[in-house]
Design a protein around this ligand. Sequence first.
Ligand code: GMT
Length: 376
Amino acid sequence: MKIGIVCYPTFGGSGVVATELGMALADNGHEVHFITYNQPVRLDFLSHKLHFHRVIIEEYPLFQYQPYELALSSKMVEVVEKYQLEVLHVHYAIPHAYAAFMAKQMLLEKGIHIKVVTTLHGTDITLVGSHPTYKTAVEFSINNSDVVTAVSNNLKQTTNQLFNIKKDIKVVYNFIDIEKYNIAEEQECKRDALAKPNERILTHISNFRPVKRVEDVIKIFYEVQKEIPSKLLMIGEGPEREKAEVLAKKLGIKDKVFFLGNSTEIAKILCYSDVFLLPSQTESFGLAALEAMAAKTAIISTNTGGLPEVNIHGETGYLSNLGDVADMAKNAISILKDDVTLERFKQNAKDHTKRFSIKNILPVYEDIYKSCYKNK
Ligand code: GMT
């Protein structure tokens, strides 16, 4: 098949999922065309099966806001026509589903029929999309996509609660290429560089936006390190990073907390990790937690959004109420306190990722694309 993928090319989960999906589809023989404003960060090679088309935004001083949707939909039309694409798979409703609808209409004028698959990722629904500023356009774009998928049951439910959705949303879980994490564990893991043999390593990865509650991460670690010799790795960049650094300093633990910035080598970093902290206000899925689990890391998270579908309470880690730092710290300590318990949680976490293996999820997306063909 010839598939166009539209996504945010950044470190955010939706861009990561879109990129990993595109690369896996290309590996499976499909021709994949990424259409976005930068080469996606995880797209580390291009080939005759894997193309990247940059959406170029002309800066014009008249505009306070440059019209990205116009440039994007024009690019979609150009690429679909030139490469005879059959499906456009857009990740994150805003503004991708809206731009895809426009592209579809423009192509129809030329006698070209393209199908649009929209995958909802979370903040496009929960935090941004349902705001009155965008709601009408988001609802319209969802209802006018040919197929709509959501990355968890919780996100499907939330979408149906917040919008008047007229079509059935299919749940297709996020996925992971487990092999990548096995290789990193076997070949690259140099744990000694970061911690002494008796120390545990806790990790947090995010875009450091307010929804991630990174100060809670520091507060949880503060309690943990009082009882368990440990280090905390903070990976990512974003607006709340400075607050977290200031808090670590204020609590006198800055020598135990390493802010490592953004990384494209997540599997290599996670192989050091014993416990992953994700105290988010909400997560439609929590891809970062799944990646940590694939690297054999237990999860301490909130019980919000789709997290209970990924992190199984008492098995792969623990779930706590939003903001209950004391409970999250207590749970982390109970996992880290002895080697046998820690190994059990870590192994459970690793085993649980099998149900999210790319081997299971890729055929689901392929069937969705095929169903579009049938209905042409
Ligand atoms: O979490 C973010 O702020 C980034 C955001 C995105 O769209 O890139 O992540 C969302 O999509 C991910 C991939 O499906 C999910 O794993 C994240 O849980 C979801 N984030 C939220 O719902 C806050």
